[in-house]
Design a binder for this molecule. Structure first.
Ligand code: SAM
Length: 239
């Protein structure tokens, strides 16, 4: 990654090397299973977040065609209580599989109409079922729990599990919606043991995963004291 030595001659700490899965799980285990808990005390942003995400999906051609859902199968990574699955994905997708390591968050989702498989594992340990094909994989506010290398490997697994159209081209899309660091470095957060990455770090990770950005937008309308949030729609590179 080309890290420079600091002026003291001691190599700077790489922020993602500080991530501890155990510390992250410990933090989230103590959080209430509600929208306030999921959004760190900013539940009011959920509505505008979901609305912007819905229009982002619509621009990708994902939503409803003549009233019918045009996403057959979706996956939500790091879903928490399923705020996005319930508030957006189930509106566009016939079924949604869930990955979320904290089982108490997903308890109320089990058996809910439209919810398929629930995997109570971290994204770093998740493997798609053989033969599965996702039209959409949504990842939001959870990828900071993976190291850069884990994230590259996870995105590659997502890419391999995307649906393919009749023309043989990848039809499915991976969406990443995350906070961005606006400083010159990625930021480690001790509280939940996660990293807030810069836009350029995400772009390098997507490149390493063999993905290209087919659409990207900044989230508008959030309070100014929150990090900027960017949505990226990704597809495997065509060679
Ligand atoms: C800020 S919440 C966001 C939940 C949901 N994506 C949303 O936007 O409402 C972060 C979620 O990431 C989950 N998480 C923590 N470590 C994870 C990991 N290694 N893989 C997947 N999810 C993880 C937490 O348990 C928590 O549910």
């Amino acid at each position: 990654m080309g890290h420079k030595m600091s002026s003291s001659g001691i190599p700077p700490v790489v922020p993602d090397s500080l991530i501890s899965a155990d510390d992250g799980r410990r933090y989230w285990s103590g959080v209430e299973p509600d929208v306030n808990g999921m959004l760190g005390g900013f539940p009011a942003v959920s509505r505008i977040d979901l609305r912007s995400s819905g229009s982002f999906l619509a621009k990708l051609g994902l939503g409803r065609t003549k009233g019918a859902k045009n996403v057959k199968r979706a996956l939500e990574g790091g879903a928490g209580i399923g705020r996005i699955t319930e508030g957006l994905l189930l509106d566009v997708a016939e079924s949604v599989d869930i990955v979320e390591p904290i089982a108490k968050f997903t308890a109320a989702l089990e058996g809910r109409a439209g919810v398929g498989r629930v995997y109570n594992v971290g994204l770093e340990d998740w493997r798609p079922e053989d033969g599965v094909a996702y039209d959409l994989v949504w990842n939001q506010w959870c990828l900071g729990h993976l190291t850069d290398l884990q994230l590259v490997a996870y995105l590659k697994r997502c890419a391999a599990a995307l649906s393919v159209g009749e023309d043989g081209k990848t039809k499915g899309v991976v969406v990443v919606k995350e906070n961005l660091s606006t400083t010159t470095v990625d930021l480690f957060d001790e509280m939940d043991s996660s990293v807030t990455r810069r836009d350029e770090t995400f772009r390098r990770i997507f490149e390493d995963a063999g993905l290209s950005i087919v659409r990207t937008e900044l989230q508008n309308g959030f309070p100014h004291d929150l990090y900027p949030v960017r949505m990226y729609a990704l597809k495997p590179k065509t060679t």
